[in-house]
Design a protein. Structure first.
Lengths: 256, 369
């Protein structure tokens, strides 16, 4: 059974079809790539899947549950985490607090326990802290834990955003151009990190990237969007040789 | 987690390391001891002031405590959540009038508010438990509880807004409260002065509530509730992306804040003992916001500092005014200070940072919870 099942998903912005009849069967533990030229509708797709946009038509099911109309925070609670194409951190909060925000629902305290600072509350906060540190360790940000997030260099901000998403303990993680603006070294780190998330934490990955070698290297399955429509899908090698894809996307000098 | 979660827990982040903390390290340096010490010093100070019989200084310190409650509450509602309220003094007014009507003794009530509905006319929270004015406490709690209910309703409508919209809308609330107070003659005597309020409020009452407010606001800040408030202030979309709904933290902050603001209203009413709706308006709003901004939005210790600085400054300027006969100078100076702070130190004296008592006593302590 697919983990995520999407049927006929469409979104129009004042008549412009940003996404048109998109369909997906996401199998567990896959690393699923979505590629396409600028404006193809990739980010729109992620926004629809995570409830930040409401579709014009179509349905989204997470396992058996219909989440088409669920609010964004609910979808996150149900197990779909994401990062943003233009990083969105809690900039004025320390790095560790950024991660705690995502973790804290797993260590809930009543208002009363919080106010009297009960033993259970203190125990919960300690475990929360320890878990948050582990999340930072995973992406190699342990030494930056008390920095305010906006002070981190760009690449580390991306990593922190991933750590925060992972802290949700998600079933599916949607990464919107996680390597944008990174040097080859950092790109390589992200690649290994994504593999670890899948292999060690059992997180199914959906990934948007313009970096074709990265996608070919990493993904088990690829979809290609162009002007909001799916023009090809399949294993990396099949997609790579698809003439329509080459015409629409891979053929462009920029991505050659 | 959700019922859908049928996977094994994340192995890499499943285990929890025990927290290591420096063993038997000096007991007197523990945060608890330091806080108790601070409380003890405050208690001694208040006792001395109480015994000294200096009415003027007692009044100043009572004012300080009341403003501290107002500023801390506003910080909770606005500084933590980023949803700026200009209407909080409306909650204070409701708390003041509400509790004052409740504590008015029966005889005075019949004389003073003859048109009260029967059920309200027969209530009088002027009873004592031994020497303790239990009625005053209950009236304060009751009035503040009702105001919290009002805040919940107002918040359900207004907390959806953000930025300038919410500031203007909450200002509208302040105006509405004022109009209601002016026109509900039977309850408030309208524009006439509401006097004859029993002077229950003293140093101990005010500082009990001030410390309680400080404690609650501090606890909230360093908890999941506060974290949610700060997170949605920083980035509402990112907050939703990690499973936080926007409304609950905003509403919690607004309601708790309104509760303590109303408590301050009750304390104020039973301190000045006569007032009219004009007291609870722009002047007071501006004063509280100045203290908040000077201290630093979002910083709890900043609120305390901002209140002390502005109260002290206002008092010094007032005396200078008496000497120089330049009346109005103090208000202008305070307004100028406000503008200068906004221009050159928009995050206030402390920004979002905190002064941690424990840190003042040792080097490199951990952030205090
Ligand atoms: N909120 C919006 N309102 C109006 N139009 C939008 C909105 N969001 C996206 N669009 C339009 O929808 C189309 C798809 O945009 P989208 O951001 O999904 O593309 P993308 O594939 O992520 O591109 P890129 O590679 O540049 O990130 C574009 O034409 C864009 O202008
Ligand atoms: Mg995009």
């Amino acid at each position: 059974m697919p983990l995520l099942q999407v049927i006929g998903l469409s979104k129009s912005f004042r008549g412009v079809r940003a996404l048109d009849g998109y369909t997906l069967q996401l199998s567990p533990l896959s690393i699923h790539g979505v590629i396409g030229p600028n404006g193809a509708g990739k980010t729109t797709l992620f926004n629809l899947l995570t409830g930040f946009l409401k579709p014009t038509s179509g349905t989204i099911h997470l396992l058996q549950q219909d989440i088409t109309h669920a609010p964004a925070y609910r979808i996150a609670q149900l197990g779909i985490a994401r990062t943003f194409q233009n990083i969105r951190l809690f900039g004025n909060l320390p790095v560790i607090e950024n991660v705690k925000v995502a973790l804290q629902s797993q260590f809930a305290n009543s208002l009363w326990a919080t106010l009297i600072s009960s033993r259970a509350f203190q125990q919960n906060e300690r475990e929360l802290e320890a878990r948050a540190e582990q999340c930072l360790e995973l992406v190699g940000l342990t030494s930056q834990r008390d920095q305010e997030a906006h002070n981190l260099p760009y690449g580390e901000q991306r990593k922190l955003e991933i750590a925060r998403a992972v802290a949700l303990n998600p079933k599916i993680l949607l990464l919107d151009e996680p390597t944008a603006g990174m040097n080859p070294n950092e790109t390589d780190e992200i690649l290994h990190l994504i593999r670890r998330l899948r292999d060690e934490l059992n997180i199914t990955i959906m990934l948007v990237a313009h970096d074709i070698p990265l996608i070919m290297n990493l993904c088990t399955h690829i979809q290609v969007l162009n002007y909001g429509r799916l023009i090809a899908e399949g294993a990396p090698q099949t997609v790579r040789t698809n003439p329509e894809v080459i015409a629409a996307y891979l053929g462009q000098a920029k991505y050659a | 987690m959700s019922t859908l979660d049928d996977r094994p827990a994340n192995p890499a982040i499943g285990e929890v390391r025990p927290n290591k903390r420096g063993g038997v390290a000096a007991l007197i340096q523990s945060p608890v001891a330091i806080r108790l010490g601070a409380l003890l010093i405050l208690a001694i100070g208040l006792s001395l002031l109480h015994l000294s019989g200096r009415v003027f200084w007692q009044g100043l310190v009572i004012n300080l405590g009341i403003f501290m409650i107002l500023v801390l509450s506003l910080n909770l509602a606005s500084g933590f959540t980023g949803v700026f309220s200009l209407g909080h003094i409306g909650f204070m007014a409701l708390g003041a009038y509400g509790s004052a009507i409740l504590t008015l003794p029966l005889a005075k009530k019949a004389d003073y508010l003859p048109n009260l509905p029967a059920w309200l006319a027969s209530i009088h929270f002027d009873f004592y438990l031994g020497p303790f004015p239990l009625g005053f406490l209950l009236a304060t709690l009751l009035a503040a509880g009702l105001v919290a209910g009002v805040a919940l309703l107002v918040g359900l409508v207004l907390m959806r807004l953000s930025g300038h919209f919410v500031a203007v809308a909450t200002l509208g609330f302040l105006v509405i409260v004022r109009v209601i107070l002016f026109n509900a003659d039977n309850f408030t005597r309208g524009s006439r002065t509401f006097s004859n309020v029993t002077p229950y409020t003293g140093l101990w009452w005010v500082w009990f509530w001030a410390i309680l407010t400080l404690y609650v606001v501090w606890r909230l800040k360093y908890s999941a509730y506060g974290r949610a408030m700060l997170a949605q202030r920083e980035d509402a979309l990112a907050a939703q992306a990690v499973g936080l709904a926007i409304m609950p933290p905003r509403l919690l902050a607004f309601v708790v804040s309104a509760f303590f603001t109303a408590v301050a209203g009750s304390l104020y009413a039973h301190f000045i003992t006569s007032f009219s709706p004009t007291v609870f308006y722009f002047d007071l709003t501006f004063r509280v916001i100045t203290m908040l901004i000077v201290g630093g939005l979002g910083s709890v210790s900043g609120s305390v500092l901002g209140t002390v600085v502005i109260i002290a400054l206002a008092e010094a300027l007032r005396r200078l005014e008496d000497v120089t006969l330049l009346y109005g100078m103090s208000q202008i100076t305070l307004a100028v200070i406000f503008i200068v702070i906004i221009l050159f130190r928009p995050n206030g004296l402390l920004g979002r940072r905190e002064i941690v008592l424990a840190r003042l006593f040792r080097k490199g302590g951990e952030p205090s919870p």
